[in-house]
Design a protein around this ligand. Structure first.
Ligand code: GRF
Length: 217
């Protein structure tokens, strides 16, 4: 199945990109990745894409005089590849409102917390400092404000006695790798509607519900 055409933007190791690559490799998955773009040369995720036969591009932000020029290059590459949905997966550049508006409702991000708490960096350190019993991850449509936008899917992850940032990040990352492919699938199946800045998922019951439970496989 060809399905929805994805572009994935990365800056680093690309484990979420890998989760999407693995999902897209399944015959019944309704999306495929047409292009992976990194703003960092040699990012680990580029090798993952190449290994899967996915076209890649490196667009280093430092080579552009303005953010707008950098983003125009990204948009041009995405358009050339026929991208219909842009997935941010550890892409470490803030995007201008112009870019976000260009891709409005066709641009999603994964963040390692249960938004709207712990926006920005160091979400796991802050969760540990607060002593919360649960944290998690969120896939959301991107809006100009950082880590804000209609929530497609979330997964709750327990914080365990003795956790440090690394153990917690590892547990959350495993949930991210389930959550991102789920969110993309729901969108690709045309079941996601944004109503008043909230997401409504058609037929979101049974194993396909948009909220994952940490006790389920
Ligand atoms: C993930 O934790 C993601 O939620 C955050 O950046 C990290 C990227 O990891 N936005 P990876 O590059 O996908 O392994």
């Amino acid at each position: 199945m060809a399905g929805l055409t994805l572009g994935v933007l990365i800056s680093g190791r690309g484990s979420n990109l890998q989760a999407l690559i693995d999902a897209c490799a399944r015959a019944d998955y309704p999306a495929r990745i047409a292009l992976a773009i990194s703003n960092v040369a040699g990012a680990g995720g580029l090798a993952r894409a190449e290994a899967a036969g996915i076209p890649t591009a490196t667009i280093p932000h430092r080579e552009f005089e303005t953010r707008e020029a950098f983003e125009a290059e990204i948009t041009a590459a995405l358009r050339r590849a026929g991208v219909e949905l842009v997935c941010l997966a550890g892409f470490m550049r803030l995007l201008t409102p112009g870019f976000v508006e260009d891709w409005r409702d066709r641009l999603i991000n994964i963040h390692p917390s249960l938004l709207p708490v712990y926006k920005g960096l160091d979400s796991h350190a802050r969760a540990l400092a607060d002593g919360v019993r649960f944290t998690g991850c969120t896939v959301h449509f991107v809006r100009p404000e950082m880590d804000v936008g209609p929530i497609v899917a979330q997964a709750a992850v327990p914080v365990l006695e003795g956790d440090d940032e690394e153990t917690l990040a590892t547990r959350v990352l495993a949930a991210e790798h389930r959550c991102y492919p789920l969110a993309v699938r729901l969108i690709a199946e045309g079941r996601v509607r944004i109503v008043g800045e909230r997401v409504s998922v058609d037929g979101a019951e049974g194993p396909e519900r948009a909220v994952l439970n940490p006790l389920e496989g």
